[in-house]
Design a protein around this ligand. Structure first.
Ligand code: 1GP
Length: 250
């Protein structure tokens, strides 16, 4: 079964899917190995790997370490066309639909497509919507795009529906990694009830309660990243998984 179908099956059975984002800049190989082994046993459904800007990390090496130590699918969340690898199981084939930068709407895609085909990695067509968070995130700065307002649900809904009509498989909506606060559950609800494709949300989610509210609002998948950088928070993973897998708890 294809990776994205497997993930949708998890959502059907568990009520939501839990994805953990790994930024290759944040851990050395040994730390990465220990982190991946730790999280796979705690209810994580898939690992995303990538970053808007990688300075210290070696993307290829990070993917290798993650793949060798993971029992869940590895999905690239690319910050650029340099972030491709045949070792991944799938890649979010992202169009930055909240912006109007042609490279991120249909430019880098043309460059990446032949490589993805050659590598045999499953592309998951993703409409990515970046929302304002009160300060400039790396994603906003690096993509040179304006984020969507969080208090205008109709704008977000129309963007998401356009992505669905263009044949995209999923919507990823967030305020960017490390956002001070996650996007309001109200806007997640407005979008996920308006479209028929699954919604992924993340960015600034630091508590299981917040993750739970996003699933209750209609999101299919929740992503956490930064909150797990502090090793004291590792036990939170079980709590995040429980908060997201709402059918398992009922
Ligand atoms: C970014 O949703 C992910 O796309 C993770 O965000 O690092 O803020 O948890 P955080």
């Amino acid at each position: 079964m294809k990776i994205f179908n497997k993930l949708k099956e998890i959502v059907r059975k568990k009520g939501g899917g839990y994805l953990v984002l790994i930024d290759p800049d944040t851990r050395n190989n040994q730390e990465l190995k220990e982190f991946v082994r730790e999280i796979c046993d705690r209810g994580v459904d898939a690992i995303l790997i990538g970053g808007s800007l990688i300075i210290d990390g070696d993307f290829q090496e990070s993917i290798r370490v993650v793949k060798e130590n993971s029992s869940v699918p590895i999905i690239i969340f690319p910050g650029s066309v340099q972030q491709l690898s045949f070792k991944a199981d799938a890649i979010l084939y992202i169009s930055l639909i909240s912006g109007r930068n042609p490279n991120y709407l249909f430019g880098d895609h043309v460059i990446a497509a032949p490589y993805i085909k050659k590598m045999g990695v499953e592309p998951i067509s993703t409409g990515y919507m970046l929302f304002e968070s009160g300060r400039t995130t790396t994603a906003e700065f690096m993509s040179n795009t304006r984020p969507l307002p969080v208090n205008k649900p109709e704008i977000a809904m129309a963007h998401a529906l356009a992505a669905q009509y263009m044949g995209m498989s999923t919507i990823y909506m967030e305020a960017g990694s490390g956002a001070d606060r996650s996007i309001p559950s109200e806007i997640v609800k407005a979008v996920s009830h308006y479209v028929d494709i699954p919604v992924i949300t993340g960015g600034g989610i630091r508590t299981p309660e917040d993750a739970h509210s996003k699933i209750e609002a209609g999101a299919s998948f929740v992503v956490t990243g930064n909150v797990l950088d502090d090793s004291d928070n590792l036990s939170l993973i079980n709590e995040f998984a429980r908060a997201i897998h709402i059918k398992e708890n009922s």
